[in-house]
Design a binder for this molecule. Structure first.
Ligand SMILES: [Ca+2]
Ligand SMILES: [Ca+2]
Ligand SMILES: [Ca+2]
Length: 204
C-alpha cells in the first residue's frame, strides 16, 4: 500500500514536471489553462503526499506496542505472572482465572526455557492427570505432546503412601548442582494439595 502510493506520487510528480516543460513551449491563451492544470496537479500531489505521510506514521492501533500489567512479565508477546504466595494447584488455578488468565500451558521449548529462568522454586503449571490417572492434560483440554518430565517422573507418588496420589505437575523438580538450569526446571507430578507457587499465562 505504502509502496504503491509512493510509486503513484513519483509518477504524478514526473507528469507535472513533463507538463510544465511542455506547457512552457506553448504561447497565448492556452497558457492560462495549462497553468490551471499544473496548479490542480500540484495540489493533488500535496494531498497525496499528506496521505503517504499519514500512512507512514501508521494508525495507532497497528503500531500499538503490547504491554503487560504491572507485576507481569512478557515473553514472546504473552504475559506471565509468578505468584508470591503458595497454595494448592486448585487455588493456584482459581487465582489465575480471577486474573483473566489460567495456569501456564507450556507449548514450546522456548517457553520452557523462559520459565526455567523465571522460577526460583517448585511452581505449579497447568498440567494434571486428575480426570484419568496417567492421562495428562493441559488446563485448556489439550493433550500433552511436548514434555519435560524429570528423570523417573511422573511416578504418581511411586506407590509410597507418604506422597499419596500425584496428579498435578510443577516445574523445578531438582536444583542439584549437577543439573543445568533447564534440567533443574523439569517437571514432576505431586499431590495437588501441596502448597507451591504458580505461574499464570494470559489467555490468547
Ligand atoms: Ca504457553
Ligand atoms: Ca497421577
Ligand atoms: Ca512425582
Amino acid at each position: 500500500m505504502h509502496l504503491d502510493c509512493t510509486l503513484i506520487l513519483y509518477v504524478h510528480v514526473l507528469s507535472i514536471t513533463a507538463y510544465t516543460r511542455v506547457s512552457s513551449k506553448f504561447c497565448g491563451n492556452s497558457d492560462r489553462g495549462v497553468t490551471r492544470n499544473v496548479l490542480t496537479l500540484r495540489s493533488r500531489s500535496q494531498l497525496m503526499m499528506t496521505r503517504i505521510r499519514v500512512l507512514g506514521e501508521g494508525p495507532e492501533i497497528v503500531k500499538h506496542k503490547k504491554t503487560c500489567p504491572a507485576g507481569w512479565r512478557m515473553f514472546s508477546c504473552t504475559c506471565y505472572f509468578l505468584s508470591t504466595q503458595s497454595g494448592s494447584w486448585e487455588k493456584a488455578r482459581e487465582d489465575c482465572r480471577a486474573r483473566g488468565a489460567d495456569l501456564v500451558i507450556i507449548d514450546s521449548p522456548e517457553e520452557q526455557t523462559f520459565l526455567s529462568g523465571f522460577i526460583s522454586t517448585f511452581t505449579w503449571i497447568g498440567l494434571s492427570d486428575r480426570e484419568e490417572e496417567g492421562v495428562w492434560k493441559w488446563v485448556d483440554g489439550t493433550p500433552l505432546n511436548l514434555t519435560y518430565w524429570a528423570v523417573k517422573q511422573p511416578d504418581n507418588g511411586g506407590g509410597d503412601p507418604k506422597w499419596g496420589e500425584e496428579d498435578c505437575a510443577h516445574l523445578g523438580h531438582d536444583g542439584s548442582a549437577h543439573l543445568t538450569h533447564d534440567e533443574s526446571a523439569h517437571w514432576n507430578d505431586l499431590s495437588c494439595g501441596s502448597r507451591l507457587r504458580w505461574i499464570c499465562e494470559e489467555m490468547a
